[in-house]
Write a protein that binds this ligand. Structure first.
Ligand code: ADP
Length: 884
């Protein structure tokens, strides 16, 4: 038996060796001698981080439990690579053109450089990868425990996972964050991974060879054992096969670490065709001996041995310590390479999409010094690496490390596969929008969490047994394993089916029913038409374009002055006088940039293409132009709407201002009027009181003057009373004393009070006045008196008379006051109702001009109307009152 200390010692030597490889590769790359490292072979080997400890140990366990089904995990990636030109090539091309650094960056960038999406995908990736890292820690711990069964060691087994996590964090921090490369490439790490890829393949082949020819009697014997074992009797379920193959393909594309090695670290698109056959071959070799090892393990080893560890326990059972050590190193390599790349990829995402944006926002505008940002990015990456490994360790501790390797791996796969719809939609469908992507991702993630992730901790940890049995909140169709009442489905298939289906549905529906922002549309065109020759082969040949034509066009677009300056500068640069440079490619490029500022890049390119003749205008060009035009139109329609709004507001302001001015003029006029009206009586009161004080005054005159003073005082009081009355009426504060009363009574009372019989003859038809209605008799009498005394005052003709006509319909009561005087001419008919309005010679009558205003206010308060009635051969006023 191998001692545990020896095992740890060999592992440390191996890690030191990897350190050297990484270090040396990094240096070679730094010195520019790393060309040979960027070969299709290294690229293919780096893809092998797909084969983690799960594959190395778990595949055998998987086969021992479910027969050939483990192959599905290889079929997905094989399909993706064989069809490399369909998706992979697109991803690589887009990532290169857009300088994509991670899968979160890809999604965020495609959907309008959305910071939120970047953060969301990062969060999902971290959550989805955590179980997988835990899985690696678990497998290393398991494999160590095999050796530690009866050995004593300086290190306790329970701490192995912690030590491994810490060690990997240190390695990753050293090689993953040595420098900040714009392309996020890591030569050292890739090289170390390639070495590990060879070690694990070699180890598995060695164990396989030993098992087939050392333990069994060659191929024939193994085949016979397979026939005899339960593995051959496993039923293949088509649904599960299809589902798992799809899942592994999706995960292969979406796993952050796979995206890192496959897309980000890819230096040449030309590596893809080689990887297209070489990687499936690698997978084939990795799976070649899985079944034989499983079958022989089941045969030879005691019942109840963990099939996940057959790769180790078979050599050990035959005392093949060297081989067991090699197998251990193979598994160790599988685990470490996965964890390292995953941690690099995730830390890049965490720092780029979560930490740095938050830090920049917190810093405000201050973060302009590049060194400043750099150190923040580096620190945040290092901390994220430690954090990610910490999370993995935590999951390992919480989930108890008990579940079979394969099932944990599938949880992770399904989690990251949620990114697939947004990713594929993003690179193939121009109509995909940010809203759709956000909805899809959240929907898929929530369903995955509920159906797979939360239950994976076991009942009562994060999700109660009650919820598992009877559904969320007791709703039966919200059971994690039988969503929407679909029962009897395989749990993995169930979770994948629902999460991906609803995810895609939400993504598509969200995209259809939402509008893309201009930036999103631009990115959509960039991503979806990554392969259109038009957008790649830009640049101009010395064309047939005539400089003068170009100037004419440029003037139209950029404005004369700007265009002329540009042309003269270019001509000067070429050493020519005047405004017409030669149409050299440089000039055309400058011009295109200048034009792009006004009409958008695509339009500028297409226009110049037409005129310079060098490049033909492609359909894609036209589509891009249409896109730009749509944006410009949208922008201008927004402007139009805004300017419309502004005009309306301006008009409203002008109106309000006019009203204010009017009011202010009216107020001034009113005050002038009042002071004038008050001053006249006051002046005479003062004058006569002075006269009264004169001792020489004849005593006979005294009563006369005192009388005048009294009259003036009365006039003043009347005026003030009227003003007060009017102000009360105008403010609507008047309290009406409504009664049911006969019109005839009111008129009788008014005639009596007006007491004008000796001046004017009042003619009435009392039979028609017999109308009972609801009104304020006092107020109405006041109005009638006013109209009667006005007639008496202003109707100055020999036989003056005032007719009072009453006519009543069911709803309205009309009372007309018509005299036979000179009437009021047309221009003044409206004015007389205004305050202080007097149109006849008032020296005779002496009213202040408030009477009719008060009448109008009273009638309004009573719910009726008073108006001048023209065409009656005299002054005529009509009062209409409601009868109820
Ligand atoms: P005043 O206190 O001057 O009577 P009013 O508001 O009652 O004020 O009347 C306003 C003006 O309308 C009067 O000054 C007068 O010129 C004109 N007016 C009112 N009634 C008659 C009428 N029956 N005939 C001619 N003019 C009239």
């Amino acid at each position: 038996m191998l001692s545990l200390d020896l095992l740890i010692f060999v592992s440390l030597i191996y890690v030191a060796f990897l350190f050297c490889v990484a270090f040396w590769a990094e240096r070679a790359a730094g010195l520019g001698r790393g060309g040979w490292m960027r070969t299709p072979l290294i690229y293919t080997l780096s893809l092998s981080i797909y084969c983690t400890a799960w594959t190395f140990y778990g595949a055998v366990g998987y086969a021992a439990r479910s027969g050939l089904e483990f192959l599905t995990i290889y079929l997905g990636p094989t399909a993706v690579l064989i069809g490399w030109w369909l998706i992979l090539r697109r991803l690589v091309r887009i990532a290169r053109a857009e300088r994509i650094t991670s899968i979160a960056d890809l999604i965020s960038s495609r959907f309008g450089k959305s910071a939120f999406l970047g953060g969301l995908v990062t969060f999902m990736a971290v959550v989805g990868t955590t179980p997988y890292i835990a899985l690696q820690l678990q497998s290393v711990t398991l494999s160590v425990s095999v050796f530690a069964k009866d050995a004593q060691s300086i290190v306790s087994i329970s701490n192995i996972a912690l030590w491994v996590a810490a060690g990997l964090a240190v390695f990753t921090i050293i090689f993953g964050t040595r420098n900040l490369d714009v392309n996020e490439r890591h030569s050292g790490v890739v090289m170390a991974i390639a070495v590990e890829a060879i070690v694990k393949l070699f180890a598995l082949l060695a164990v396989g060879t030993f098992v087939v020819w050392g333990l069994a009697d060659g191929v024939g014997d193994v085949l016979a054992r397979i026939d005899a074992s339960p593995i051959s009797k496993w039923q293949v379920s088509t649904g599960r096969w299809l589902g798992l193959t799809f899942l592994s393909a999706a995960a292969f594309l979406c796993l952050p670490r796979m995206f890192q090695v496959m897309v980000v670290e890819n230096s040449e698109e030309s590596h893809l065709p080689t990887a297209g056959w070489a990687f499936p071959l690698y997978l084939l070799l990795m799976s070649l001996f899985v079944i034989p090892i499983a079958v022989v393990g089941l045969d030879i080893l005691p019942a109840g041995s963990n099939p996940d560890l057959f790769v180790l326990t078979l050599p050990l059972s035959a005392e093949q310590n060297g081989l067991a050590m090699l197998a251990f190193l193979g598994g160790f390599s599988s685990a470490t390479s996965m964890v390292i790349v995953a941690a690099i990829a995730l830390s890049t995402m965490v720092s780029n999409h979560i930490v740095t944006p938050i830090w920049l926002r917190a810093r405000g505008r201050g973060a302009t010094i590049s060194g400043d940002v750099r150190s923040v990015v580096l620190i945040s990456r290092r901390l994220s690496i430690a954090g990610i490994l910490g999370l993995g360790y935590l999951y390992y501790q919480v989930s108890g490390g008990g579940a079979a390797l394969a099932s944990i791996g599938l949880i992770s796969f399904a989690g990251v596969a949620q990114i697939l719809p947004a990713m594929l939609g993003g690179i193939f469908w121009r109509g995909a929008t940010k809203v759709g992507a956000v909805l899809g991702l959240i929907c898929g993630f929530v369903i995955w969490s509920f159906t797979m992730f939360l239950p994976s901790f076991g009942p009562e940890v994060l999700i109660s047994q009650n919820t598992i049995d009877h559904g969320l909140w007791g709703i039966n169709w919200l059971r994690p394993t039988a969503l929407f009442g679909i029962q009897g489905l395989d749990p993995v298939l169930h979770a994948v089916l629902w999460s991906i289906l609803l995810n895609s549905f939400a993504f598509i529906a969200g995209s259809i029913f939402s509008k893309a922002s201009p930036l999103e549309r631009v990115q959509a065109v960039q991503f979806v038409s990554a392969f259109d020759s038009g957008s790649v082969a830009r640049g101009w040949q010395r064309g047939a374009a005539d400089a003068e034509d170009l100037l004419i066009m440029a003037q139209r677009i950029m404005g004369a002055a700007q265009a002329q300056t540009l042309f003269r500068n270019m001509a000067q640069k070429q050493g020519k006088k005047g405004y017409l440079p030669d149409s050299t490619p440089q000039f055309l490029e400058t011009l295109e940039r200048g034009l792009a500022g006004s009409v958008g890049a695509a339009t500028a390119h297409a226009m110049l293409g037409q005129m310079a003749g060098g490049a033909s205008v492609t359909v894609e060009d036209l589509m891009a132009v249409a896109d730009e035009t749509a944006q410009i139109m949208e922008y201008s329609s927004q402007l139009e709407a805004q300017s419309g709004e502004l005009t309306t507001t301006a008009r409203q302001l002008r109106d309000a201002n006019e009203k204010l001015m009017n009011l202010s003029t009216q107020k001034d006029a009113f005050l002038t009027q009042i002071s004038h009206e008050l001053r006249t009586p006051m002046t005479s009161i003062r004058a006569f009181s002075e006269i009264l004080q004169d001792p020489d005054l004849k005593s006979g005159d005294r009563p006369k003057y005192a009388m005048i003073i009294q009259e003036e005082t009365q006039r003043l009081t009347r005026l003030l009373d009227d003003l007060l009355d009017l102000s009360v009426l105008e403010n609507g504060q008047v309290a009406l004393d409504l009664q049911s009363i006969n019109l005839c009574d009111i008129l009788n009372r008014a005639v009596a009070s007006a007491n004008v019989d000796d001046v004017i003859n009042i003619r009435r038809n009392t039979s028609r006045e017999d109308v009972v209605f609801l009104t304020d008799p006092g107020r109405l009498t006041q109005v009638f008196i006013n109209l009667m005394s006005n007639a008496a005052k202003y109707c100055i003709v020999p036989a003056a008379e005032l007719r009072i006509n009453v006519s009543a319909t069911s709803g309205v009561l009309i009372v007309d006051f018509i005299d036979n005087g000179s009437g009021i001419d047309k221009a003044n008919q409206d004015i007389i109702f205004e305050k202080f309005a007097r149109v006849s010679d008032h020296s005779k009558a002496g009213g202040a001009g408030l009477g009719l205003s008060i009448c109008r206010e009273i009638i309004n308060n009573l719910g009726g109307q008073v108006a001048y009635l023209p065409g009656q051969h005299g002054a005529a006023f009509r009062i209409s009152l409601p009868r109820s």
